[in-house]
Design a protein around this ligand. Structure first.
Ligand code: ZN
Ligand code: ZN
Length: 332
């Protein structure tokens, strides 16, 4: 079977590799896969992996074969929870398998989904109803991680929530938040991303340099109750802390990998802030996302900007950080 794998930092090959043996797992044929920053980091070597490694962790596929005692049968359309867990460490037994001490991720510790076939344990497979379009289904994995992040906080209708960064995750956050009845403000430099967020329910959108005054207007000077940092830079985390109201909450959704100097630590203290730094998602988070999408409550398709084939994987990686792109999908 065909597979896109990385053989050394920044070295991609489309290889012919043996088909995986199902055993007691579900054999799935990927239909649509998503490309995200994590894949690019594995590709460039910023995240170290054992080579060669088949890339990819965001996938919608079709069941080819499933264990007879499972709920799945050939032809079912499914989502795979890409994070594996051991089931017996302290975090797993405390109901936090997404933080498992022996965790693995498809496309990182385990061969991934940019391939003709992939295996997944039955417990990591979720049915995806036909009412969710092909394009929308390509967003379900990211959606699950956004649902998980928001599960850290209690949202009350009428609250004001600011989202800094309107990339894929930021756009999905805006949609989820407006569905919850809160007032959403979207912040990004990109005008077209602001326009999209406004069309999908943001009550106010603004450029970063105007955010302080725009949010003051929106909240009578109190500042938002919650700020979601969805970029992953120290500068935007600092801005989140500065923008949020006293007693507020900040969800650090962007993955910060840099240093820690320069944060406004005094404000962390003065505002008695709570910071959340969610990672991955629980299977129930994915299920909740699927339910929302199936009910037609989200506009996931609007976040897809590029649809390519697996042979165009190198271009897909380039596009991930292109200003013209939001979700980049590859169809197999
Ligand atoms: Zn991803
Ligand atoms: Zn574990």
């Amino acid at each position: 079977m065909k597979a896109v794998r990385v053989t050394a930092p920044s070295t991609l090959e489309i290889a012919d590799v043996p088909m995986p043996e199902p055993g007691d797992q579900v054999l799935i044929k990927p239909i649509t896969v998503g490309v995200c920053g994590t894949d690019v980091k594995v590709f460039t070597g910023a995240i170290a992996v054992d080579y060669p490694r088949i890339l990819g962790h965001e996938v919608i596929g079709e069941v080819v074969a499933a264990p007879s005692e499972s709920d799945f049968q050939a032809g079912d359309r499914v989502l795979i929870d890409p994070a594996s867990s051991c089931g017996h460490c302290d975090l797993c037994t405390r109901g936090r398998p997404h933080l498992c001490r022996n965790a693995g991720l498809l496309g990182r510790e385990i061969d991934g989904v940019f391939a003709d076939y992939v295996l997944a344990p039955t417990s990591a497979v979720l049915a995806v109803p036909d009412t969710i379009s092909v394009q929308a289904s390509g967003l379900l994995q990211v959606l699950g991680t956004c649902v998980h992040a928001l599960s850290a906080v209690t949202l009350v209708p009428g609250q004001v929530v600011a989202v800094i960064g309107l990339g894929v995750a930021g756009q999905l956050m805006v949609q989820l938040l407006q569905d919850q009845g809160v007032t959403v403000a979207g912040i990004t430099r990109s005008e077209w991303k602001r326009d999209l967020a406004a069309r999908n329910g943001a009550a106010m959108v603004t450029a970063p340099e105007d955010a302080t005054s725009a949010l003051a207007d929106l909240t009578s000077g109190r500042g938002p109750d919650l700020v979601i940092e969805a970029v992953g830079y120290e500068k935007t985390l600092a801005q989140s802390i500065e923008l949020v109201g006293i007693g507020g909450e900040v969800i650090v959704f962007g993955t910060l990998t840099g240093g820690t100097e320069g944060l406004p630590y005094y404000q962390l203290y003065y505002k008695e802030l709570t910071l959340y730094n969610p990672r991955a998602a629980l299977i129930g988070d994915y299920a909740a996302g699927i339910e929302l999408a199936a009910a037609g409550r989200l506009a996931l398709e609007t976040v897809v900007t590029h649809e390519l084939t697996l042979d165009e994987a190198a271009r897909a990686f380039d596009l991930v950080h292109d200003p013209s792109s939001l979700k980049v999908l590859m169809h197999i």
